[in-house]
Design a protein around this ligand. Structure first.
Ligand SMILES: [Zn+2]
Length: 267
């Protein structure tokens, strides 16, 4: 087992375009697909081939479920023809509005890693703002995930013929290059999360939102803010708790949410 941390994902420009085009073509529901390739000596993922959803995929405004038979078939094809392996998955979060993996994503991927005895797994999250934004994350068997920087390969993809890309180039691809390490701040003495009362309050907020709305997911972003995303009346709202809470107040990202949800008092 290597002790260094992979920090880069290698991918062809053509595959970024393919993913972006699927996202642009599906503005009303989430979409997704899978990634085939290999790993470098430093355990960095090389995503040589991206595929979209199979004919029997399932998707709604918050989740994407790949067509399992299609994925197996594709897995056999790429492995037999080109020795490319299933190294990860991509899906959109443009309806969910999260640039990070959801708690549902984390749980699903950690389960798969342990179930299939994998060392790591790649996840690309696509969001649609003014343009398609793509962020890459690597999950490791020690139950940690890290943000990856992009290295876009310049040559044409040798694994796919030109006809494969029967898609128009998207208007713009804004590829995020930040490296981020996402770990809960529980070791940070000063964090409100490190107090019994803070954790109890967070649990009650989370429970309260789960009882009032759909598709609740909670995560920590790069600024170490806790974000709780939730959906009501077919709209997504976010409750944000800053790292310096309670010095800085928690707030709603959509002003309308204030009148819709009730949140328990802190302390
Ligand atoms: Zn997701």
């Amino acid at each position: 087992m290597p002790t260094y941390i992979a920090d880069t994902v290698y991918i062809y420009q053509s595959e970024l375009k393919l993913i972006s085009e699927y996202v642009l073509q599906n503005p009303e529901t989430e979409t997704g697909g899978d990634l085939f390739g290999n790993w470098t000596h430093q355990s960095c993922p090389v995503a040589q081939v991206a595929i979209g959803p199979g004919p029997h995929y399932d998707a709604d405004r918050a989740h994407f479920y790949q067509d399992v038979e299609f994925l197996k078939e594709q897995g056999r094809y790429w492995s037999k023809k080109h020795a490319l392996h299933h190294i990860g998955q991509w899906h959109s979060h443009h309806k969910l509005g999260l640039e990070e993996p959801s708690t549902h994503d984390d749980a699903t991927i950690y389960n798969a890693i342990h179930k299939y005895g994998l060392n790591e797994f790649l996840l690309i999250i696509a969001t649609l703002q003014k343009e398609v934004r793509l962020k890459a994350f690597i999950y490791r068997s020690n139950n940690k995930r890290y943000g990856l920087r992009w290295s876009v390969l310049e040559s044409k993809n040798p694994y796919k013929p030109d006809e494969y890309y029967d898609v128009e180039a998207p208007a713009c691809i804004d590829v995020e290059v930040d490296r981020k390490t996402i770990e809960l701040a529980l070791n940070d003495e000063a964090s409100w999360l490190n107090t019994e009362m803070g954790r109890k309050w967070l649990r009650s907020v989370h429970e309260s939102l789960k009882s009032q709305c759909n598709n609740v997911s909670m995560y920590m972003d790069a600024k170490k803010q806790i974000i709780i995303a939730c959906e009501k009346h077919r709209r997504t709202f976010e409750f944000v708790i800053p790292e310096q809470y309670p010095q800085y107040q928690s707030y709603w990202r959509d002003i309308e949410a204030k009148s819709i949800f009730t949140i328990p008092h802190h302390g």
